[in-house]
Design a protein around this ligand. Structure first.
Ligand SMILES: Cc1ncc(COP(=O)(O)O)c(C=O)c1O
Length: 368
């Protein structure tokens, strides 16, 4: 049996008629950049997140960048996040001239450890960026409380967490603003690059709306130096089609994850702990094993694809050597990067594929 990590081709085959009609609508109107389709998507996605605003952008890194600028990050400011993330989270801080300050993860959740947050806050801290890694909501209550106490703003990195819930509330409205990615492999994926910023704050939304289109408040009236971070009409049309299916897809992801958990419960491996009060969007299903590369190779021999999210923590990347944080600085993130393995998980995955992959993992990793 073959078990791919995800299967976008079969998803397209299922959505083909809806997609072609949506794409045709955009082409017929020649509304290729921003326009009606983008505005409709903004309304629908804001409604999905339960936020007042959604500003559609060209990718998730741009959403993080504009989010941080909108929250007032200026050159020399410190911005706190974890090193256990995709580098885009950290790059966005650098784009603003900010200094990334890392806080280690809680090994049980893979997300920012709120217990370590307070000591990282200084006079220069302007914002904290909790990441909802793998679709699992970060522990926002203590993060928000600490941020408020120190007048620090909160930008969610929700790139992997469309529709996840923290204490019943959707991601996107859990901080001052939230950045989403619609990269094709995401739970809500465009047919190219796309992203969005969501917020309940009028001034954040206003800034982002202008900043994404060269700082223009009206055609050729530039209020400040902005960017070209606009969403394409075609991507908005694709995302609107997929948004109609996201609830069902997330439910299916969560069912698959439940089955993985049941079958892997007695295997010699660890999994992040789910808080029963929250709902992960299960962008990835990850396990931790000592011989990660050996397990991945043995799964590949059985036709099961895997991936590593992520092999190197941000502070050990060459790109951030200048921060001067050596190996050992963030032990939980470093250990996670050495041991983490993502198993196949996508809505169209069959029950047979799930049990085949899970049973293979148990055989290879052994029983406890
Ligand atoms: C956690 C995280 N942050 C940021 C990004 C950046 O998003 P994009 O690739 O759309 O720029 C991604 C996605 O790749 C991500 O997974």
């Amino acid at each position: 049996m073959k078990v791919p990590l995800l299967d976008l081709k079969s998803e397209y085959a299922e959505l083909r008629d809806e997609m072609l009609a949506a794409i045709d609508r955009v082409c017929a109107k020649a509304a290729f950049v921003l326009g009606e389709e983008v505005e409709a998507f903004e309304q629908e996605f804001a409604q999905f997140c339960g936020t007042k605003h959604c500003v559609a952008l060209n990718n998730g890194t741009a959403a993080l960048h504009l989010g941080l600028l909108a929250l007032g990050v200026q050159p020399g400011d410190e911005v706190i996040t974890t090193p256990n993330t995709f580098l885009g989270t950290v790059e966005a801080i650098t784009y603003c001239g900010g200094r990334p300050v890392f806080v280690d993860i809680d090994p049980a959740t893979a997300n920012l450890d709120p217990k370590q947050l307070e000591r990282a806050i200084t006079q220069r801290t302007r914002a904290v960026v909790p990441i909802h890694l793998y679709g699992r909501p970060a522990d926002m209550d203590p993060i928000r409380a600490m941020a408020q106490g120190h007048k620090v703003r909160v930008l969610e990195d929700a790139a992997q967490a469309h529709g996840a819930r923290y204490r019943g509330c959707r991601t996107g409205g859990l901080g001052d603003a939230a950045a989403f990615s619609f990269y094709p492999t995401k739970n809500l994926g465009a047919y190219g690059e796309a992203g969005a910023l969501t917020t309940n704050d009028d001034s954040v939304a206003h800034y982002a709306r202008l900043a994404r289109t060269h700082g223009q408040s009206a055609r050729y009236r530039h209020e400040f130096v902005g960017f070209n971070y606009r969403m394409h009409g075609l991507q908005a049309a694709v995302l609107r089609v997929k948004l109609r299916h996201i609830e069902a897809w997330t439910a299916r992801r969560r069912k698959i994850a439940e089955e993985y958990r049941r079958r892997l419960a007695f295997a010699r491996l660890e999994m992040p702990v789910d808080d029963p009060r929250d709902e992960s969007a299960y962008h990835q299903f990850v396990i931790y094993v000592d011989d990660r590369d050996g397990v991945a190779a043995a799964l590949a021999r059985r036709g099961i694809d895997t991936a590593v999210h992520y092999p190197t923590p941000a502070h050990l990347q060459a790109a951030y050597r200048s921060l001067g944080r050596a190996a050992g600085a963030f032990p939980h993130s470093e250990r996670a990067c050495q041991r983490v393995l993502s198993l196949p998980l996508f809505p169209a995955m069959t029950d047979e594929q799930v049990s085949y992959a899970a049973d293979a993992v148990v055989k290879i990793a052994g029983k406890q």
